[in-house]
Design a protein around this ligand. Structure first.
Ligand code: NAP
Ligand code: HSE
Length: 433
């Protein structure tokens, strides 16, 4: 192998600039680890005249993808341009030209990751995408290498910084959802169009990638059930707080008896749970393995340099594989056939808030409705009467199946004494109050 490896960058925005800086600043360390230098040779951008967040020799910038993808000296393509179709075409072309690829693109990997991995393998190329999940946290390596000897049963993640920032601000400062979102946009955490963050799609993409690796199953994006945080009311965070819980957007993936459940939903998490301490824009992934027990990986889920660390570590892995002549060996067919759990096999606790008539017998009607479906209550709280003859009641159930809970909820709304089911959320963990 030559004493220099050349890299082509597709994109020079937030992440691409971080990659340039990290490679430049860590030349000595890279040379020591790899026995060669790493050079960024060409960079694809949209606009040659744009001012950049990094000092760069402008002659290496191009708006023509061929200049990067057809350069015979470039061994590794780093895709940090985002989007789906164009990025997919460029990556496919890179594999066809026997170039290795490192990508940060969770949208693309969630949708087309297995097909691209297959193409990489056919061409004896590497395809790494550590930065696509939880930015600077080395969670994919943690699962694929660090825990490869274990049988992973559960993965829970706070994998979207924008929503975690919003919920933390609502919880700790008592600000409304709208005000917290505005603050997140002003601080640059949330996009100007924050739809995929607040509606949970960004987290769903990351959970699909995590679940595939953790459970060696062909999880598709459409297998992930998604509910976002839009419309969450402060009242629910406040009642949760009183009962020992904090609201988080949790990505949940569980695999037992060879059956799978993956979802993203706002969840009231016991304050004693390790993920409850993850605040503001930080991310964390909690992994439960049969042998290892509880583990948690914590850190920045986005940002220029944190995300660049994941990319440059992927570049290092590729170069080490090149040196050993073992590239293109990552792809392993999923070990387990995909079987999704039906609602009668999905167990959880639930929080419900209702408005009911303030009259005798209301509690007993509600509790017998739940009792008929073998659901018992863990906590019940009646708030002060809001207006004449209307009571606000909050309760948390013990574990039940999703099927029983959905039936009970449907019938609850039909009771004469219940004026409105205001909200309901999944509950995780046991609160100590
Ligand atoms: P960004 O700041 O918008 O940068 C995108 C870059 O790609 C820009 O330099 C842009 O060129 C270039 N580009 C986009 N479309 C192009 C096209 N059709 N032709 C040529 N150049 C094109 O995006 P980013 O935040 O760096 O994110 C890049 C990727 O990393 C995305 O997949 C994102 O999901 C992922 N990611 C980002 C973060 C983060 O913290 N930002 C964290 C984890 C993963 P111009 O500069 O000329 O416009
Ligand atoms: N929009 C994402 C977040 C950026 O808020 O976490 C990193 O993927």
């Amino acid at each position: 192998m030559e004493n220099k490896v050349s890299v082509g960058l597709l994109g020079l925005g937030v992440v691409g600039s971080g990659v340039i800086k990290l490679i430049e600043n860590h030349q000595e360390k890279l040379a020591h680890q790899l026995g060669c230098s790493v050079q960024v040779k060409r960079v694809l951008v949209r606009d040659l005249d744009k001012s950049r967040d990094v000092t760069i020799d402008e002659s290496i910038l191009t708006t023509n993808p061929d200049d990067v993808l057809n350069d015979p000296e470039i061994d590794i393509i780093v895709e940090v341009m985002g989007g789906i179709e164009e990025a997919k075409q460029h990556i496919s072309r890179a594999f066809a030209a026997k170039k290795h690829v490192v990508s940060a693109n969770k949208d693309l990997v969630a949708l087309h990751g297995p097909a691209l991995q297959n193409a990489a393998n056919r061409n004896k190329c590497d395809f790494y995408y550590e930065a696509s999940v939880a930015g600077g946290i080395p969670i994919l390596r943690g699962i694929a290498d660090g825990l490869s000897s274990d049988h992973i049963q559960q993965v829970m993640g706070i994998v979207n910084g924008t929503t975690n920032y919003i919920l933390t601000q609502m919880d700790s400062e008592g600000v409304s959802y709208e005000d917290a979102l505005k603050a997140a946009q002003e601080l640059g955490f949330a996009e100007s169009d924050p739809t995929s963050d607040v509606d949970g799609l960004d987290a769903a993409r990351k959970m699909a990638i995590l679940a595939r690796l953790a459970f060696s199953t062909a999880v598709d994006l459409e297998d992930v059930e998604v509910t976002g945080i839009r419309g969450i009311e402060l009242e629910d965070l406040q009642y949760g707080y009183q009962m020992g819980y904090t609201m988080k957007l949790i990505g949940f993936a569980n695999f037992d008896d060879h059956e799978l459940e993956v979802n993203v939903q706002p969840t009231l998490l016991a304050k004693s749970h390790p993920l409850a301490a993850v605040k503001n824009e930080f991310n964390a992934v909690y992994v439960y393995g049969e042998a290892v027990g509880e583990t948690m990986f914590y850190g920045p889920g986005a940002g220029s340099l944190p995300t660049a660390t994941a990319i440059v570590s992927d570049i290092i892995s590729v170069i080490k594989n090149m040196r050993l002549g073992v590239t293109g060996n990552q792809f392993i067919e999923p070990h387990f056939k995909k079987e999704l759990k039906t609602p009668d096999k999905r167990h959880a606790q639930y929080y419900v808030r209702i408005y009911a008539k303030d009259q005798s017998g209301v509690f007993s009607t509600i509790s017998s409705l739940f009792h008929e479906r073998e659901i018992s209550f863990k906590r019940i709280l009646q708030a002060p009467i809001m207006k004449k003859e209307v009571a606000e009641i909050v309760f948390i159930t013990h574990h039940t199946t999703l099927e029983n809970f959905q039936e009970a909820l449907e019938n609850l709304g039909g009771l004469d004494t219940v004026l409105e089911v205001k909200s309901y959320y999944k509950v995780e963990g046991d609160a100590i109050t």
